[in-house]
Design a protein around this ligand. Structure first.
Ligand code: ASP
Length: 456
């Protein structure tokens, strides 16, 4: 087919999909209409993605853009396609546990020098703690400066409060009131297989590290067999990620269309001040902090860094989960940024569970915003407490969608801001979650490049 024919076929297909999409939004339609909408839309997407010989990450961006447009135009009827997005996310999640376990075990066991591992661990954890503390401080500073809470009309507060109580599965139910000691004790799994089955990442990481260290003491020929086996597993998992990523343009399209279709753009308008302040703080953090770290303390140029991590960012944005993004994050680090496998397999899984710069920024801005709306003045001491709590809480938080909200309740509770205030922000939370997850992943990747240069 020549390019012109393909363009004509694509345009016809797009028109057909638009027709079926509009028809499937009508009440009481024949079951075949949504089926036709589904088939014609995905065939058009296939044609669009293959119209020009573009790279995979460009296709993913295109999927993101088209998903946004389709979600805005067709609203809730687009939810029909959400399962495609869910399939994509589930496939990536499927790889997380075996990939992390196998690669971390091989990485640790082949390090030989246990001192080196200790150095690597301390540096990584220090980097994560410091960057999270900087992030939450930045969030607080910007929110203090712009004070977005002072512009919320009373009427909107009431409306948002009502929306919140109507939300299915009120997020506060999930609040886990663990003490910091419990949190640390919980890192040690009683049964490693259970930890794997439940996807308890910190526990899996802990066990893989211990097993890797123990393996260094095992006789050479036996160790070699085990390492060969797990090395093979880890390589196969990475290949699997590459296969799954071919689905990414379609998965990302479906996920974004569903989010925009479900929530619409209205809610954002009401909370625009808060929304923009948070986005601004996130942006300033990645530009100032992450880009500077990359520029001065790593071997990659800033341009190469951003190009190299773009696939991971799109997946983070559409999945809202740094853990689910992990396999892609690891692939980007090793293939595009030349991070050595033993560094990537240690720094990145750990980062996806304990390093949450974006979430910390969100906490800072939200705490100030909610306090202002409720007329509470936060002292300097309160703000220092926010920095400490948010930094520590980030350790015990899984990189999963909306977990930041649970951490926020912890922060608010510590300084006595009414938890009901969360109702104010839940409407836009979904979008902010997507943005802050990108920042979380960016920070993990900048740390990987930083450590990669340190540990030669
Ligand atoms: N969704 C975020 C992540 O996975 C965590 C959060 O802020 O809710 O990194």
């Amino acid at each position: 087919m020549t390019l012109l024919t393909r363009i004509i076929v694509t345009v016809i297909l797009v028109a057909v999909s638009a027709f079926f999409l509009s028809a499937s939004g009508q009440p009481e339609v024949h079951v075949l209409i949504p089926v036709c909408a589904f088939v014609s839309l995905f065939t058009s997407l296939f044609m669009i993605f293959n119209l020009l010989p573009i790279k995979l990450y460009q296709r993913i961006f295109l999927g993101l853009l088209l998903g946004g447009i389709v979600g805005l135009v067709w609203g809730e009827s687009i939810l029909l396609f959400e399962p495609v997005g869910i399939v994509f996310i589930k496939l990536i999640k499927m790889v997380v546990v075996p990939l992390v376990f196998a690669s971390l075990l091989v990485g640790t066991a082949s390090m030989q020098d246990i001192k080196k591992l200790g150095r690597l661990g301390i540096r990584t954890i220090l980097f994560y703690m410091v960057s999270t503390a900087i992030a939450v401080t930045l969030g607080l500073m910007i929110a203090n400066l712009l004070s977005p809470g002072s512009r919320i009309p009373d009427q909107l507060q009431v409306e948002l409060g009502q929306n919140y109580s109507a939300e299915p599965g009120n997020k506060l139910d999930a609040l886990d009131k663990n003490s910091p000691v419990d949190l640390l004790l919980n890192i040690i799994p009683e049964n490693p297989l259970n930890a794997m089955a439940e996807g308890q990442m910190l526990q899996v990481i802990f066990f893989a590290l211990m097993a890797g260290i123990a393996l260094t003491y095992v006789l050479d020929d036996r160790k070699k067999n085990i390492l060969l086996f797990f090395d093979g597993v880890s390589e196969a998992m990475i290949k699997m990620v590459q296969m799954i990523m071919r689905l990414a343009p379609y998965g990302v399209f479906a996920l974004i269309a569903a989010v925009i279709g479900r929530y619409g753009s209205e809610i954002i308008v009401g909370l625009i001040g808060y929304f923009i302040t948070t986005l601004l703080a996130l942006l300033i953090h990645v530009i100032l902090f992450n880009s500077l770290v990359v520029r001065f303390w790593t071997n990659v140029s800033v341009g190469r860094f951003w190009r190299g991590i773009s696939q991971a960012l799109v997946v983070a944005f559409s999945s809202s989960s740094s853990s689910a993004t992990l396999p892609v994050t690891m692939e980007c680090a090793q293939d595009n940024l030349d991070v050595r496998p033993e560094v990537a397999s240690f720094v990145l899984p750990l980062g996806s569970t304990i390093n949450m710069d974006g979430t910390a920024i969100f906490q800072g801005v939200s705490a100030i915003f909610i306090a202002t709306v409720y007329g509470i003045d936060l002292t300097l001491m309160d703000q220092v407490t926010i920095v400490l709590t948010a930094t520590l809480a980030s350790i015990g938080t899984a990189g999963a969608p909306q977990v930041g909200i649970i951490m926020l309740t912890l922060v608010l509770e510590t300084i006595g801001i009414p938890l009901e205030g969360i109702a104010l922000i839940l409407g836009v939370e979904r979008f902010l979650d997507m943005a802050r997850t990108m920042v979380n992943v960016t920070s993990d990747l900048s740390c990987a490049c930083f450590i990669n240069r340190q540990e030669v």
